[in-house]
Structure formats: C-alpha cells, structure tokens
Design a protein around this ligand. Structure first.
Ligand code: HSE
Length: 419
C-alpha cells in the first residue's frame, strides 16, 4: 500500500454540498481542508469566520493546494474558476451540472491541452456512482439505454403528493428546507436539472454532446391532485423521468418528462429524494442503481470519492467520444420521427394549439378543464411544446400499452366517487 501524505484541499463554496464535503472529510486524516472561499461575508456559518477567505484569486493562486473543489451554485463564476484551474494544468472536482453540461466540449479540450483534470460525479445523481460506472465499467460495451429519476427534489415532491396528500407548495418548501433543491428551484421542478444530468450521462454513455433545445423537456410545476389521483387509480405513480435511448436506427431518443410508471418498473419504488438509474447494455443486459440523489452528506460523499480518485491520478477518458479526421467531435444523430403517447391536462383549453395528433381522445371534468390522451411525433411535440407550456398544461408520458379508454374510465370513476 502507498503511504499517503496529507493533501491540501481548497474549497469554493460552503453551501449544502460544501458543508457536506467538509463533514465527510473529517473521516479522512489524509485530506485536509486548507481554505474555504465564500462570497458572502455576513452569512452565518457553521464554522468560525477565520476558516473562510473571500477572494477566489487568493485561493486559485495558492500553490500549496493539491486539489480544488468547486461547489458554488452560480454557473458563470463556477465556469471561471474551473477554466482557470484547468488552464493552469491543475486538478478540480465540481458538482455544477448546469455549468459542466453547457460547456462540456470546451472543458474536455482544456484538459487535453493543459493536462489538468476535472471530475464531476457529484453533479449527476448525488451518491450514485453512475459516471464512474459508465466510464470504467462500460467503456467498451455498447449501451442501449440509460434512463431514470435524476432529480431528488422533484421526486421528493411527487412522493409527498402520492403518499401524504400535502400541497405541491408545501412539498417544495420541505425539499428546499432539507437542502435538496437548487438555489433556484425552477431548475428542479422545471426539469432543467434532470436535463443537465441526462446530457452528461449521454456524453459518457453514448459520446453525445447535447444542445438543451434538442431535448423534450417538461417539468412537474403544473401537476394537480387530479393528475396524481388519476395515475393512482390506474395503479401507477407519476415520476420525472429523464432518458437517453439509442434506438434501432442508431439515433438517440432524449427526453425529460413526467411519466406514468407502474410496479413492473424499478422506478415505481424510488421514493423521496432518492434517484434511480436503469442501464441497458448490449451484453450485460439490464442493471439498476438506486441511491440518495440529493442532500449534503450523500453529495459530499460523491465529491470525496472524486477528490480521492483525482489525487490517485484518475481522469475521465470519454470512451464513447468519436472524432473525425479534423479531430472534431462527431455528433450522434437524434431521433425526431418516433412517436410519444402523452396525457395532458390544462385549465386553459381555449388556448390549446391545434396539434397534429396521430391519435386523440379528449375528456374532462368540466368546461374549464380539458384532459386528453394523444399520440404525436417527437418532432411535432418539440415544435409545439413552448405553446403548450403557455396553457399551464401538465404533461406526462404514458407507456404505449396504456389506452385512452383506461384513462377515460378511471376519470369517470373518480368523478363518481367525488360526487
Ligand atoms: N437539486 C438537485 C436535486 C440536487 O434535487 O436532485 C442534487 O443534484
């Protein structure tokens, strides 16, 4: 065994994840938190004020630091810190999924040019080692699908709506109080956070670099008790599912959508702030990873794992990236022509755009509420989604074997029970 000398860690940020890292590092005598850089001098913190510095440059220029951990929420500042570190050929770990997913190509190029290292396991699914699994274990084997529940806050909210009948706003406030939600919770409930995570997964699993506008994305903001009850009466639960699937045409189907999941899916049993990731590999078959997807210590644990790995010289290889002769990254084609079956409810039916449905059944509890089950091409849904969102619609994807008749019958049964 190698004799480990003490390594000095410089941390940017002391929010939920920064504190989590600080706590878990107390278990490791070889890793010393040398300095913590924060922005707000006035904020009350769990450590004495002499533990903190306030100028990021002071930390970045400190040559006694062996490794940096970037754990701030502002993506612009985070990018600045990470770029500066990589340009100096140094090592940094980050949990900022928005910043990394939106700048991945540049961050990979900087590592190649200057020899530095960036790891970011904590950015995807909290404590679940999904990136390391994709990188290290599935570096060669083709993957067919990686999908799952990637946002702890929205899963926490949906679980609360399922089991306790609390209101959406109460459940969101609890997710914020427990430190699960982003500083701007729209990122969680609007599906943006899951989009950033599935983009990173798609890069490691399929070599795809994704533009956010190419992905079908809906959040859970407009869910109602009516939607939850309807799903329950069909024997299902609503979960925010992000998926990247390579179909038989070798095109990638990408989406982040509330989805009806049934007990035949592992995702049905993912509760509270837990995340669950399903992998389908060509030869290994199906696998399922489940663990805490948000929270101070679970995310701090993922950062710790990255810190240790990076200090041992580990780097991501991006084994699925393919380059052309000019050494440019080859893009992976995205599917647009497949079709999706969706449930939609809106209280503004008068503004519903005329969509080119392939199949459609509408129903509704009164003149002000329109519900429908329809089949539509991905291309058309991508095109009309911004207009649909204006109608404050709740949209959920349905498995293809769930019929409109089942929905209509369940809806009438619920109406009768309520009468
Ligand atoms: N806000 C994120 C979530 C934190 O709820 O999943 C972990 O990435």
């Amino acid at each position: 065994m190698k004799n480990k000398s003490t390594k000095r860690i410089g941390i940017f940020g002391f929010g939920c994840v920064g504190q989590g890292l600080h706590d878990v590092l107390q278990d490791n005598p070889h890793l010393q938190v040398a300095r913590i850089c924060v922005r707000d001098r006035e904020k009350l913190r769990a450590l004495p004020s002499h533990s903190f510095i306030y100028n990021p440059q002071e930390l970045l220029q400190d040559d006694s630091i062996d490794l940096f951990a970037e754990l701030i929420s502002n993506p612009k500042e985070a990018l600045h810190i990470v770029k500066q570190t990589l340009e100096a050929g140094k090592t940094i770990v980050s949990a900022n999924k928005k910043m990394i997913s939106e700048n991945l190509t540049e961050l990979v190029a900087l590592q190649q040019e200057f020899g530095g290292t960036l790891l970011y396991e904590a950015a995807v699914c909290g404590s679940i080692p999904i990136l390391r699994t994709l990188e290290a274990y599935y570096s060669n084997e083709p993957l067919q699908e990686v999908s799952g529940i990637l946002n702890g806050s929205s899963n926490f909210i949906l679980s609360k709506l399922d089991s306790e009948g609390v209101s959406y706003n109460e459940a969101l406030a609890q997710a914020q109080a427990l430190g699960f939600a982003e500083a701007d919770p729209t990122l969680d409930v609007g599906g943006y956070d899951a989009l950033h995570k599935i983009s990173l997964i798609a890069a490691h699993a399929f070599g795809a670099v994704i533009k956010p506008e190419q992905v079908l994305r809906c959040g859970i903001q407009h869910i109602s008790k009516q939607d939850v009850a309807l799903a329950q009466s069909l024997g299902a639960r609503i979960r925010l599912v992000a998926s990247a699937k390579l179909n038989k045409n070798n095109k990638l189907e990408l989406q982040v959508l509330p989805t009806l999941v049934f007990p035949d899916s592992e995702l049905y049993f993912v509760e509270a702030e837990f995340n669950g990731v399903q992998l389908q590999a060509k030869y290994a078959g199906n696998q399922f990873l489940k663990g805490r997807g948000a929270g101070s210590h679970p995310t701090g644990s993922a950062v710790w794992a990255d810190v240790s790995a990076a200090l041992d010289g580990y780097k991501y290889n991006y084994p699925k990236f393919r380059y052309n002769d000019e050494e440019q990254l080859r893009s992976v084609p995205l599917e647009e022509d497949d079709e999706l079956k969706i449930y939609l409810r809106t209280t503004m039916p008068e503004f519903l755009p005329q969509l080119p449905w392939r199949e459609l059944a509408t129903f509704g509890s009164d003149a002000k509420v329109c519900q429908l089950v329809g089949t539509i091409s991905r291309k058309d849904l991508l095109l009309y989604l911004p207009a649909l969102k204006q109608t404050i619609a709740f949209i959920a994807q349905l498995p293809s074997n769930v019929s409109a008749e089942q929905f209509i019958n369940a809806s009438y049964t619920l109406l009768e029970e309520a009468a």
